[in-house]
Design a protein around this ligand. Structure first.
Ligand SMILES: C[S@@+](CC[C@H](N)C(=O)[O-])C[C@H]1O[C@@H](n2cnc3c(N)ncnc32)[C@H](O)[C@@H]1O
Length: 201
């Protein structure tokens, strides 16, 4: 399964590059606003980081313990190339998040547009189990998914869509501290509504 997923996403990045994928944004503003003034000494992980510019922005904010995880190395490779020498300051992890067994805990967990691909309840349970073992006490969790009126598919895969309350329930026993709606503009000019939550463990 992981190989199939890795191949699927590798093909998407090969076909579209990093800036023509539907989720591309040059400025991960929602993520950064919800991360707010989080302590940059916190160990931070970006789940399904792909080629996202979030890692650049967190390095700029002084984060010193950053992990970028993705099932495909192809998106991550764009980020490493873009960052140059600064790429050495990031831990790059290639795995399906559902197969990941972290050996440490994180104070900041970020996921933009990955959780919504978990359409099987058993996979969502696995993700909740992972949160339980991977989050430090009081960790900040920032998750963005397609909104309830968002697209039913992304990159040929079905998505689960969430209102803020549905997303909070799906993520389990975390305290919601902020909720947002974003109208993401795709490179092709479309609009994709997102639901964002910031939560505390
Ligand atoms: C829609 S893209 C979002 C990328 C990035 N978060 C952003 O905002 O630019 C989804 C990313 O998650 C990765 N991905 C999808 N399913 C995954 C899984 N089960 N485990 C880890 N990464 C996954 C894909 O390879 C892709 O890079």
């Amino acid at each position: 399964m992981a190989d199939t997923a890795a191949q699927h996403w590798a093909e998407v990045y090969t076909r579209r590059g990093d800036t023509q994928v539907s989720w591309f944004t040059a400025d991960p503003a929602c993520s950064l606003e919800l991360i707010g003034a989080a302590d940059p000494r916190l160990p931070a992980v970006d789940i399904g980081a792909g080629a996202s510019r979030l890692v650049d922005a967190l390095l700029d904010r002084g984060f010193t313990d950053l992990t970028a995880l993705d099932v495909s190395d192809d998106g991550l490779a764009h980020s490493r190339a873009r960052l140059g020498a600064a790429a050495d300051r990031v831990h790059w992890v290639v795995t399906d998040v559902l197969d990941w067994a972290p050996d440490r805990r994180f104070g900041l967990w970020h996921d933009r547009a990955v959780f919504h691909f978990l359409t099987d309840p058993a996979d969502r349970q696995r993700y909740r189990d992972l949160l339980r073992v991977a989050l430090a006490p009081g960790a900040l969790v920032v998750v963005g998914t397609f909104a309830a009126d968002g697209p039913e598919y992304c990159s040929g895969l079905p998505t689960a869509r969430y209102s803020p309350d549905e997303l909070a329930a799906a993520l389990g026993d975390l305290e919601v501290v902020e909720r947002r709606r974003e109208e993401h503009r795709t490179p092709a000019g479309g609009v994709q509504p997102f639901t964002w939550l910031a939560l505390r463990s």
